[in-house]
Design a protein around this ligand. Structure first.
Ligand SMILES: Cc1cc2nc3c(=O)[nH]c(=O)nc-3n(C[C@H](O)[C@H](O)[C@H](O)COP(=O)(O)OP(=O)(O)OC[C@H]3O[C@@H](n4cnc5c(N)ncnc54)[C@H](O)[C@@H]3O)c2cc1C
Length: 490
C-alpha cells in the first residue's frame, strides 16, 4: 500500500505553510528561525512555485521567472536567506527595446534612463528629474487615486513614445495597465530604477536547492505532493472562525490526512485560500464579497527554446522587449494576437558551473486567461503552436538561422500556470491593487490565518513576494507568541 507523505509527520505544528513559492519558503524559513515548529506543504513534487525551473532532454534547463528583479533582492536575500545566495545575484547589463518608435539599449537604471530621455527623446532634464522625484515621494498611504496613464500625461503630455518606454517593461512583467493606480507602477518602476535589473547566477535550480538546504538547516519540515484541500476552522469564543488545522490530499493516490496547527500561513492564491479552502460559508458576507471582487493578473504565456548542445547564438541583449505595434496600448499588449514579445536570452554565464555551455531563450507574451480558458484541446494545441511559430518569426530578425539551432520548444499559457501552481484562473502576477487589503485583513476574519504571496502594490515579483513573506512571518510570529492554545487542541 502506498504511504502518505504525512505518515510520519508530527500530530501538531505551530504553523502550517501552504505552498512553497518564494513567499511560502521565505515565511517558513523565517518562522523556523524564530523557533516555531513549521510544516511546509507543497502540492507539486518540486519547490519554488512560479520561481522554479524544468529540465528537458538534450541537457536543457528552463527558468520560468528568472528574467530580472531589482537590486533590492541582494539585501533581502542576505538578510532573510544567506550571504551565499545574495552573493550570486548579478546585474544584467543589456536591456533592449525594439519597436517601430525606437531601438534603445539600456542598463535600465535611473542614470541611463535620464540620459535616454534627455538625449534621445529630447525631454528637458528638469522634467525627467521632477518625474523621478515624484516617484520617489509616492506613498501607499497617500491614497492618491491617479492612474498610471494620468501620471504620464502630467509629466510627459502627448508623448506616447515616452509613455511606452516607461510602461512597456513593467506591463510586460506584471500585466499592469495604464488604468491601474499610479502607485502600483511607481513602486515597481522605482525598485528597478534604483540600480537596474538583476538575476541569480547559477539558475533557479541552484537557488531552490540552496533555499531548501537552508530551510532544512533551520528545521522546516518539508513535504511534497501534498495538496491542501481545506483549512479546518472552528468557531472561536469571539464568534469568529479560528484555524485548527488543514486537510491534505496526497497528489499520487488521493489519500487524505488532517494535520493540526495553531496558525496557517497560506502562500496559495488569495481567492483559492478564502473561497475554496476556508469556504465562503465561514466568512463574513462583506469580506467574502470583497474577496470575490479581487481581480487577478493572469496574462503570462511563454515559449521555451533550447539551443542544441554545441551550438551558440550571438549576443542580442539579455532582455529584449520587442513589439510590432505602431503605438503602445495596454490592450494590444494582452491581446491574443499581440505583436509584443520579450526575449530573455540565457547565455552560458547564467550557469557557469555546468560542464557543457548551454543557451536558452524564453519568450514572454502577455495573453489573458479568458483568451485561453475555453479553447478545445485541438484549438489549444494549435494556438500554442502559433505562439511558438510567432516567437521564431520574431527572433529571425536578430538571429536569422535560429530554427536550425533550436532542438527543443514548448509553450506555456495561463492554463499551464493553473495546473502547476493551482492559482485561480492561472494567476501569474498576484492581484490588482485591492488584493493587498484582503490579504492583510485575513487574520481579522479568520483567527490564525495569514497570507503571503504576490498581491496588490507589492506585485513586483520576486522581491515583493520575499519581502511580503517576511512581513507576514512577523505577524504570524506575534500571533503565535501571544497565543494560548485552545482547549480542543491539547
Ligand atoms: C511567466 C512568469 C514570469 C515571471 N517573471 C518574473 C521576473 O522576471 N521577475 C520577477 O521578479 N518576477 C517574475 N514573475 C513573478 C514571480 O515569479 C512571482 O511573483 C513569484 O514567484 C510568486 O511567488 P508566490 O510565493 O507569491 O507564489 P507562487 O510561486 O505561485 O507559489 C505558490 C505555491 O503554492 C503552491 N500551492 C498552491 N496551492 C496549493 C495547495 N492548495 N496546496 C499545496 N500547495 C499549493 C503552488 O504549487 C506554489 O508552489 C514571473 C511570473 C511568471 C508566471
Amino acid at each position: 500500500m502506498a504511504t502518505h507523505p504525512l505518515d510520519d509527520a508530527l500530530p501538531r505544528y505551530d504553523v502550517i505553510v501552504i505552498g512553497a513559492g518564494l513567499g511560502g519558503m521565505t515565511g517558513a524559513n523565517q518562522l523556523a528561525k524564530l523557533g516555531h515548529k513549521v510544516l511546509l506543504l507543497e502540492h507539486h513534487y518540486q519547490l519554488g512555485g512560479l520561481a522554479t525551473y524544468f529540465k528537458r532532454p538534450g541537457g536543457h534547463i528552463f527558468d520560468i521567472s528568472l528574467h530580472g528583479f531589482p537590486h533590492g533582492m541582494i539585501k533581502s536575500c542576505r538578510k532573510y536567506w544567506t550571504k551565499e545566495i545574495a552573493d550570486s545575484i548579478h546585474q544584467l547589463k543589456d536591456v533592449r527595446f525594439l519597436n517601430p518608435e525606437f531601438d534603445v539599449h539600456t542598463t535600465f537604471d535611473r542614470e541611463d534612463f535620464t540620459r535616454i530621455l534627455t538625449d534621445k527623446f529630447k525631454v528637458p532634464a528638469e522634467r525627467v528629474e521632477a518625474f523621478f522625484a515624484h516617484l520617489r515621494a509616492m506613498n501607499y498611504y497617500d491614497r492618491d487615486n491617479r492612474t498610471t496613464g494620468e501620471l504620464f500625461e502630467e509629466f510627459f503630455p502627448g508623448r506616447s513614445d515616452v509613455h511606452r518606454l516607461l510602461m512597456e517593461p513593467i506591463a510586460y512583467a506584471n500585466g499592469s495597465t495604464m488604468e491601474d493606480p499610479a502607485i502600483t507602477y511607481g513602486i515597481v518602476f522605482s525598485n528597478f530604477m534604483s540600480k537596474g535589473v538583476y538575476i541569480f547566477q547559477g539558475g533557479t535550480d541552484t537557488l531552490i536547492t540552496k533555499m531548501t538546504a537552508e530551510m532544512k538547516r533551520n528545521g522546516v519540515d518539508i513535504r511534497r505532493n501534498c495538496l491542501v484541500e481545506k483549512i479546518l476552522v472552528e468557531k472561536g469564543a469571539d464568534g469568529k472562525p479560528r484555524v485548527t488545522g488543514v486537510r491534505v490530499k496526497h497528489t499520487r493516490d488521493g489519500a487524505l490526512r488532517d494535520v493540526a496547527c495553531t496558525a496557517v500561513f497560506s502562500n496559495a492564491n488569495i481567492k483559492n485560500t478564502l473561497l475554496n479552502m476556508v469556504g465562503e460559508e465561514n466568512l463574513a458576507p462583506e469580506y467574502a464579497a470583497e474577496t470575490r471582487a479581487v481581480r487577478v493578473n493572469t496574462s503570462s504565456c511563454q515559449v521555451y527554446m533550447g539551443i542544441r548542445e554545441g551550438e551558440s547564438i550571438p549576443h542580442i541583449g539579455d532582455l529584449v522587449f520587442t513589439s510590432g505595434a505602431q503605438k503602445f496600448t495596454s490592450q494590444e499588449l494582452v491581446d491574443l494576437h499581440t505583436s509584443s514579445r520579450t526575449y530573455s536570452v540565457y547565455y552560458p554565464d547564467t550557469r557557469p558551473h555546468t560542464k557543457v555551455p548551454h543557451y536558452a531563450i524564453v519568450t514572454s507574451i502577455n495573453q489573458k486567461w479568458d483568451s485561453w480558458a475555453n479553447l478545445s484541446e485541438e484549438e489549444y494545441k494549435r494556438e500554442k503552436e502559433r505562439l511558438i511559430e510567432e516567437s521564431f518569426v520574431g527572433l529571425e530578425k536578430y538571429i536569422p538561422d535560429i530554427r536550425k539551432k533550436v532542438d527543443f520548444t514548448e509553450a506555456a499559457t495561463p492554463r499551464t500556470v493553473k495546473r502547476y501552481v493551482q492559482h485561480w484562473n492561472g494567476t501569474s502576477f498576484g492581484t490588482k491593487f485591492e488584493g493587498l487589503k484582503v490579504s492583510m485583513e485575513m487574520p481579522d476574519h479568520v483567527t490564525g490565518l495569514f497570507h503571503a504571496g504576490s498581491v496588490g502594490i507589492i506585485m513586483s515579483g520576486w522581491l515583493g513576494t520575499i519581502n511580503y513573506g517576511i512581513i507576514t512571518a512577523a505577524k504570524t510570529d506575534a500571533f503565535l507568541r501571544g497565543e494560548t492554545r485552545p482547549a480542543s487542541a491539547v
